[in-house]
Design a protein around this ligand. Structure first.
Ligand SMILES: Nc1ncnc2c1ncn2[C@@H]1O[C@H](COP(=O)(O)OP(=O)(O)OP(=O)(O)O)[C@@H](O)[C@H]1O
Length: 289
């Protein structure tokens, strides 16, 4: 669905991507992580055709995004981190924008807006930032485009809004889409995410599905770090220690995205080694089966 090969991109002298490759073939919710300034927003804009690559190739559903062909634009929706809305109501937004998206569902739009409790009688100028964000997210989800890109969607949402977001995202009608979400609010997506992508230093440091991460890594909080082997990352929390370690239990264990994020930011090589070792064991098992 998305194929990126040897992508390079700079803003003037600032190199953001250099030899970046990524392949997304399966539907799912992909969490796009990386430190501030690592290039997450830039990547979403490149995939949606809002920015043009300087080198390499990008193919999204067989289209080259930079051509911005109408057929392509009907297949991809991006929720940017910042946006401006004209002073219209929700219904007027649906009427004016939905003709560009052939799979748009007015019923779903109204349902999502209802779950988010967005006022239906007000223009956007008299809505709060969080309410406007909820309106854009509701519209984006109701377009049912096969590719949905969201840049920090839960930024500006209150605690209930974040819970409502999770409820809507988990609905079955989104299961066949590729949803790529850039976020620093890892906890908001923990239970939803099918894959984790981590960008670092202009390239893709990690692309893994949840099951692989759960099988290769062990993480949590312990009173006795000495009991654990192959600890990759640790952080003292009073008497206890939060940790990420290689998983030798033979079972899939829960992933705490914030801990994974810290381990990837500070001990990337250790995380990759644990994943490689796990891949080695599974391929050995596969070979002898
Ligand atoms: N319009 C621009 N002109 C020049 N440099 C830019 C521009 N937009 C972004 N950059 C730079 O490009 C790099 C990548 O920015 P980008 O916004 O893609 O990062 P990000 O990972 O989304 O960051 P954050 O997590 O802080 O939102 C940063 O170093 C940023 O300063």
């Amino acid at each position: 669905m998305i194929q990126i090969k040897k992508l390079s991109f700079e803003y003037g002298q600032k190199v953001v991507y250099d030899d970046f490759s990524l392949s997304i073939q399966d539907a799912g919710i992909y969490g796009l992580f990386g430190r501030n300034g690592s290039g997450k927003s830039t990547l979403l804009k490149l995939i949606s055709g809002l920015l043009f690559a300087h080198g390499g190739t990008l193919s999204v559903l067989g289209h080259e995004p930079s051509r911005r062909a109408p057929d392509f634009l009907a297949l991809v929706y991006i929720v940017p981190e910042e946006f401006h809305l004209p002073n219209i109501t929700l219904a007027q937004l649906a009427d004016s924008q939905s003709p560009f998206y052939p799979n748009f569902s007015k019923a779903h739009f109204e349902e999502y807006a209802g779950i988010f409790e967005i006022p239906t009688d007000k223009g956007f100028e008299s809505m709060s930032l969080g309410q406007k964000k909820k309106a854009v997210i509701s519209f984006a989800l109701a377009t049912h485009t096969p590719i949905l890109l969201m840049d920090e969607p839960t930024n500006g949402l209150d605690i209930l809004g974040r819970a409502q977001f999770k409820i809507i995202m988990a609905r079955a009608e989104h299961a066949s889409r590729v949803v790529l979400i850039s976020t620093h609010q890892a906890h908001d997506l923990e239970s939803l995410m099918s894959h984790v992508l981590f960008v670092d230093g202009g390239s893709l440091a990690l692309a893994a599905d949840m099951m692989t991460l759960q099988s290769a890594l062990s993480m949590g909080v312990t009173d006795d770090i000495g009991q654990l082997s192959d600890v990759i990352y640790q952080e003292h929390l009073g008497q206890q220690v939060a940790y990420v370690a290689a998983n030798h239990s033979g079972q899939a264990l829960p992933i705490h995205l914030e801990l994974l994020y810290k381990a990837l930011s500070l001990q990337k090589e250790g995380v990759l080694k644990a994943l490689n070792n796990f891949a080695g064991t599974t391929s050995t098992k596969g070979g002898t089966a």
